[in-house]
Ligand binder design. Structure first.
Ligand SMILES: Nc1ncnc2c1ncn2[C@@H]1O[C@H](COP(=O)(O)OP(=O)(O)O)[C@@H](O)[C@H]1O
Ligand SMILES: [Mg+2]
Length: 249
């Protein structure tokens, strides 16, 4: 019996490139559980963003399926899935610059179909507190915040609709090393303490190294590496980068 909250089955994606059809992803099968942080890694152009846009219902595959708790997201409805089931965090934060941090979170709360009980402002401040943004910072307009703070606000916004799955495309791409590590620690906490399924795309190995599971896109097979991680049971502190591969299909 699978514990997967999200699965892909034989996902294939290609596009017309002049006279040729170029395949980016081929037969990608994978499975993601709650309570874990996954890092999708691979060379530039290997299809990481494409994969994320398929599991994020921003684009549809040529063939194959994305399943949320066993149900095809097409049946759930892409828009419903995007609004109520997942939260997405982008490299450039995508916040409304002239609004405060708290207002940015509240805008997302207004879009979801979920009923959020109680005072929305208080709820937004609570979400921001979870990612280390205090009340004073929450009341400042976003254009006055640092990159690291803006990314925290974006994570709080993704969290605020009480989703199971948080996805992020190069969330530390614009941040320095220390700030990147702080952001990954937040993603780890979402997985380990709040039982979210967190999937991040990154080309930064120091970020990927902190993930529970690392999925490497192989440009030759156009799918994830299938090298078995025989050392999976090792204690986390004993894990080396090379040990963090995981069997996916
Ligand atoms: N619909 C499309 N039309 C044209 N080119 C595309 C399309 N989708 C993806 N690509 C190209 O496919 C390649 C892989 O893209 P991407 O998923 O962004 O890789 P990564 O995020 O790993 O760098 C890139 O060269 C991108 O420009
Ligand atoms: Mg990309």
């Amino acid at each position: 019996m699978s514990n997967a909250v999200l699965e892909t089955r034989n996902l294939t994606y290609s596009f017309q490139d002049g006279r040729h059809r170029r395949t980016i992803l081929e037969d990608v099968s994978s499975s993601f559980e709650k309570g874990k942080l996954y890092a999708i890694v691979g060379a530039s152009g290997s299809g990481k963003t494409t994969f994320l846009s398929l599991i994020g219902a921003l684009d549809s595959p040529e063939s194959g399926e994305v399943l949320y708790v066993g149900k095809n997201i097409k049946e759930i409805g892409y828009e419903y899935y995007r609004r109520n089931i997942i939260g997405i965090v982008f490299q450039n934060y995508n916040l409304v610059q002239y609004m405060t941090a708290a207002e940015n979170v509240m805008v997302a709360m207004g879009i979801t179909d979920k009923k959020i009980e109680g005072n929305h402002q208080e709820y937004a401040l609570k979400m921001l507190e979870k990612v280390g943004i205090d009340r004073k910072t929450a009341s400042r307009t976003v254009n006055k915040l640092s990159g690291g703070e803006q990314q925290r606000v974006a994570i709080a916004r993704a969290l605020s609709t009480d989703v199971d799955i948080i996805m992020a495309d190069e969330p530390t791409g614009n941040l320095d090393y220390d700030t990147s590590m702080n952001i990954v620690d937040i993603f780890l906490r979402l997985a380990h303490e709040m039982n979210k399924c967190v999937i991040i795309v990154t080309h930064d190995l120091s970020v990927a190294q902190k993930a529970d599971v690392r999925l490497q896109l192989n440009p030759r097979t156009k799918s994830f590496e299938t090298r078995k991680d025989s050392e999976k049971e090792k204690k986390p502190e004993e894990k080396k980068l090379s040990d963090v591969f995981y069997l996916v299909d």
